[in-house]
Design a protein around this ligand. Sequence first.
Ligand SMILES: [Mg+2]
Ligand SMILES: [Zn+2]
Length: 237
Amino acid sequence: MKILLVFDFDHTIINDNSDTWIVQCAPEKKLPNGLQDSYEKGKWTEYMGRIFTYLGEQGIREDEMKRIMIAIPYTPGMTELLHFIGQRKDFFDCIIISDSNTIFIDWILTHANVHAVFDKVFTNPAAFDHVGNLTLQNFHLHHCAECPTNMCKKKVLEDFVARQSEKGVQYSKVVYIGDGGNDLCPVTFLKKGDIAMPRQGYTLQKRIAKAMAFINSSISAWSTGTEILSRLKLLLE
Ligand SMILES: [Mg+2]
Ligand SMILES: [Zn+2]
């Protein structure tokens, strides 16, 4: 049986937030105040959609966005970790569950030549429309009260594991690597023997500490991809 590795994207694989990084495309690298302040809790894709429309109106085109997005730094040690996983696909299946979008993630993974490491990328579908504006959709509908309207990462993980199981693929262990508040919900899906890996000092680690009654997996905080790599090597012994 393989091990399933589940990665968040922003502040986990890359060392910043792709959705806020895109603002560097805007004139003077900032948004008008009304737009900047228009976020409503839980409605992240609608908010990003307004930002993409604004960037389109400013004449920002696909090639310019791509040039800026591929400059986002990977988290230290992360590309080495991903190359290692890529060489051990006989032991690991590997997926991303992210609240970013398909276009940004494709650009950034392809630029570092690590796209093939991932069996699946679950994120909000994005596309450039006929006038060249980037448009965004919610990933799915769900009934989780804890998560933003567009995505419950626990449901994504649950559904993936169930579909794999129907195909006869069972996992010996699930390892969840993330940093953010929206990574807590999928961590509560983990069973005894699974591993939650929250980034040291980030929101997920604090949220886990307050939610211990709901968590059955072991917990192993990390600061670099190198640390994750050495722990994965131990799992292969
Ligand atoms: Mg994140
Ligand atoms: Zn949820």
